[in-house]
Design a binder for this molecule. Structure first.
Ligand code: URA
Length: 254
């Protein structure tokens, strides 16, 4: 097998194993009766790299606030015309991210919907309008200038289903690299899938929203997804999201 193909296969395998471990698996049963233990010690964030050689330093130092000079354009180039998971089959456009790649604040959502797939930008449909309203009216920030917005998967899951674990795992190296390139002062995870992906565990979002966590040294706030907010448009949910965003503004000293 050509070396390039082999290294891609190994990379994908490693990403998948890391993902399983982060989702709570400690071993892989095999038909031979031999049980393979997943290595311990890299708890939390699903560590993955795009190119093993170029990112070997990441294995020992995972503090992304002290990262090398990668630009968001580099990450986009490395993503290419991605076919790493099945989502590429039905997508129209890769929805990489939008906003200011030097922003202090990054919002991470779940995955593109039909409008985003059509237009190639995240959060441009109904939920996107709600997010823009939260940012611009609620936080008094400018969406494109003051924030960067992306998703845990860059291609639309068919019929707006939740992204599957292997799809999230395939895309995760690019999310990590986006955050490495931007190095924001705060990250907001919008909804359970984003929170769970960034924290590497299943997050009960209604319970844990409004609290600060850390993603590789960067303050991480969990809040409700704007699509959920639209579905459950109660005073309590709206107030909760605004309280969460006020905490973010305080953290950013705005
Ligand atoms: N919902 C998301 O999570 N992301 C988008 O880009 C749009 C809707």
């Amino acid at each position: 097998m050509p070396i390039r193909k082999r290294s891609i296969l190994l990379r994908d395998l490693r990403n998948y194993l890391t993902f399983l471990k982060d989702y709570g698996f400690s071993e892989i049963p095999s038909e031979s009766g031999v049980t393979l233990e997943l290595p311990s010690g890299t708890k939390g964030l699903p560590y993955s790299s795009i190119d093993t050689d170029k990112t070997s330093h990441m294995k020992t130092n995972k503090n992304i606030t002290a990262k090398p000079n990668i630009s968001i354009e580099n990450v986009r180039e490395e993503l290419g015309d991605c076919t790493r998971c099945n989502l590429h089959k039905d997508r129209k456009t890769i929805v990489f991210g939008s906003g200011n790649p030097h922003a202090d604040l990054v919002f991470v959502g779940e995955g593109p919907g039909a409008d985003e797939d059509e237009q190639g930008f995240p959060f441009v449909g109904r939920a996107g309008r709600k997010l823009t309203e939260i940012i611009e009216k609620g936080m008094n920030l400018r969406r494109e200038e003051d924030t960067y917005i992306c998703n845990i998967v860059k291609c639309r899951p068919p019929n707006n289903r939740d992204p599957k674990p292997d799809e999230i795992a395939a895309c995760n190296p690019f999310l990590i690299r986006q955050l490495q390139a931007i190095r924001p002062k705060a990250i907001v995870a919008l909804g359970k899938p984003a929170a769970s992906t960034l924290l590497g565990r299943t997050v009960p979002i209604m319970k844990e929203r409004g609290n600060w966590y850390e993603y590789e040294g960067i303050p991480l706030m969990l809040t409700l997804h704007p699509a959920y907010l639209l579905r459950a448009y109660t005073i309590e949910n709206r107030r909760n999201v605004m309280n969460d965003m006020n905490k973010v503004l305080t953290k950013l000293k705005r």
